[in-house]
Design a protein around this ligand. Structure first.
Ligand SMILES: Nc1nc2c(ncn2[C@@H]2O[C@H](COP(=O)(O)OP(=O)(O)OP(=O)(O)O)[C@@H](O)[C@H]2O)c(=O)[nH]1
Length: 166
């Protein structure tokens, strides 16, 4: 659990760090179901980890809830001398999948706060949209229900006397 501030609002976030190894995949997939935001992380000093991102994306698409927010992260940005994946490659991949992209370093703290704040922002925005959608739908349904009720009603005193059984 961690609290971060987004637009002056304190948000408590729960973070799960899932295992990257294939043998833990069954457990990893369980986490997807309850996620609202996901970081897809590769290591800039490992081309292999970058190539793996496509697999992660397809897993997320399959197991995470619809509307889950995703951000692509190229971590270990402090390891410039070992770099195998260019920043543009990261940007390109993120663009293809319609994700935001950050290069980060857990060692130097580069873009850690920024990427967490951004993902939280995206999750909040998505929820606001969902809530607005629900509100619009609810008020439309309410208006329709009122209309139907109106139509079903007798039209005033003249009608009510016609409907009178006495
Ligand atoms: N130089 C550098 N090393 C890092 C950075 N982030 C993690 N590491 C190192 O990379 C190694 C793996 O880190 P983990 O946090 O275990 O990576 P992981 O992806 O969670 O690993 P799995 O859970 O096994 O998939 C550790 O030795 C970390 O110290 C970083 O930003 N820069």
């Amino acid at each position: 659990m961690k609290t971060i501030e987004v637009d002056g609002i304190k948000v408590r976030i729960q973070i799960w760090d899932t295992a990257g190894q294939e043998r833990y995949q069954t457990i990893t997939k369980q986490y997807y179901r309850r996620a609202q935001g996901i970081f897809l992380v590769y290591d800039i000093s490992s081309e292999r980890s970058y190539q793996h991102i496509m697999k992660w994306v397809s897993d997320v698409d399959e197991y995470a809830p619809e509307g889950v927010q995703k951000i692509l992260i190229g971590n270990k940005a402090d390891e410039e001398q070992k770099r195998q994946v260019g920043r543009e490659q990261g940007q390109q991949l993120a663009k293809e999948y319609g994700m935001d992209f950050y290069e980060t370093s857990a060692c130097t703290n580069l873009n850690i706060k920024e990427s967490f704040t951004r993902l939280t922002e995206l999750v909040l925005q998505a929820h606001r949209k969902e809530l607005d959608g629900l509100r619009t739908r609810a008020s439309t349904e309410l208006a329709l229900a009122e209309l139907e009720e109106e139509e079903g009603k007798p039209e005033g005193p003249a009608n009510s006397s016609k409907a009178c059984w006495c």
